[in-house]
Design a protein around this ligand. Structure first.
Ligand SMILES: Cc1cc2nc3c(=O)[nH]c(=O)nc-3n(C[C@H](O)[C@H](O)[C@H](O)COP(=O)(O)O)c2cc1C
Length: 344
């Protein structure tokens, strides 16, 4: 592929490099360490009984796991997307693509995203756009193009006000966005999921999103990748670096975000992400009421190696989740509900 490096392309490559090379973890923890699942010494089930399958948006997942939205737009990103998608196909889990704005503005970059659909023709794939673009000229037409580009099963709109505000030249006018999201939810042919990017969801935001008619909320809570830390590492000057650095402890931890959405929007399915490190943490998130556990940074590191490394990472998380469920006496993810207890 010709090396057409757009400003968005530069940013995407910076994001991948910084995420792989620098410490970009939030100063907060996910809060999941405060919870323990109830151990059952008499589970009265066989490990072989544990069934991780989950129907979602018309497809059957083999496990309640998601490779969270990450990348696209450059040749390097295309390679990562191919490896992630091959692993999603082999393991039967869901995958989100990174923001497709680069390819909406430069259609010649569409292949760096559609490579995922080619590698995983039957996988549950999510398109992705920055929600704020909906109040900066984007509408239904751009959402449809993102969906069609990868034959997506749903569209994810991401919310990242803080990331936009701590970067040079970010889009910082978020007025009218809830209404614009409602417009897309009402008219788009596929379900609309809204996610954060690592600072979590409050009760107020969850209520606004439920009123807007979203089909699911991915909390992307604090405790994992921190985008103010990423922006700090690519800041062009000391002022911007110090501006971003102040937000290392910002956000709503993942565990609290899941509970916020469950309380404020109990009918909206929750996807848990933000700092999940293993299958035991996924099990805790499911016990708190999430349907699916998503991981980004963890799978990115594996994808930088090979498709096999991603498959192995997924198999490990899956096995940890399976054993956690067995030791709780939970045959299905739904049976995990209410197994969690607060420690201290
Ligand atoms: C390299 C990289 C790129 C990302 N790009 C996007 C993006 O384009 N759109 C989006 O919604 N989220 C994006 N994210 C955020 C993730 O989907 C996720 O919400 C966040 O990283 C928290 O998950 P984690 O702690 O498991 O990394 C990106 C994350 C990483 C690591």
């Amino acid at each position: 592929m010709a090396e057409k490096v757009t400003p968005i392309g530069n940013r995407k490559n910076d994001h991948i490099r910084i995420n792989l090379e620098e410490n970009v973890r939030s100063g907060l923890t996910t809060g999941l360490e405060r919870y323990r699942l109830t151990h059952e010494a008499l589970p009265e089930i066989s490990l072989a009984d544990v069934d991780l399958k989950l129907p979602l948006f018309g497809k059957m997942l083999q496990a309640p796991l998601l490779i969270s939205s990450m990348t696209g737009g450059t040749p390097e990103a295309a390679l990562l997307n191919r490896r992630l998608a091959e692993a999603a196909r082999e393991t039967g889990i869901a995958m989100g693509l990174g923001s497709q704005r680069a390819a909406i503005e430069h259609p010649e970059l569409a292949g760096t995203f559609s490579v995922a659909r080619e590698a995983a023709p039957d996988a549950l794939l999510f398109a992705n756009l920055g929600a704020v673009q909906l109040v900066h000229g984007y509408g239904l037409e751009e959402c449809r193009r993102a969906v069609e580009m990868i034959d997506a099963d749903a569209l994810i709109l991401h919310l990242n006000p803080l990331q936009e505000a701590v970067q040079h030249g970010g889009d910082t006018d978020f007025r009218g966005l809830a209404e614009a999201i409602a417009g897309v939810c009402a008219a788009l042919e596929v379900p609309v999921i809204v996610k954060e990017v690592g600072w979590g969801i409050s009760e107020r935001t969850a209520r606004l999103l439920a009123e807007a008619g979203v089909s699911a909320i991915d909390v992307a809570g604090a405790g994992g990748t921190s985008w103010s830390q990423v922006e700090m590492h690519r800041a062009p000057d000391a002022f911007t670096r110090s501006l971003a650095a102040a937000f290392v402890d910002w956000g709503i931890p993942t565990a609290e975000s899941i509970r916020n959405v469950r309380r404020a929007a109990p009918k909206v399915p929750v996807i848990a992400s933000g700092g999940l490190r293993d299958g035991v943490e996924v099990a805790k998130a499911l016990a708190l009421g999430a349907r699916l556990g998503g991981m980004a940074g963890f799978f990115l590191r594996a994808a930088a190696e090979s498709t096999e490394a991603v498959v192995e990472a997924i198999r490990l998380v899956e096995a940890q989740l399976r054993v956690a469920m067995f030791a709780c006496g939970a045959r299905t993810p739904e049976e995990l509900g209410g197994r969690v207890i607060v420690d201290g």
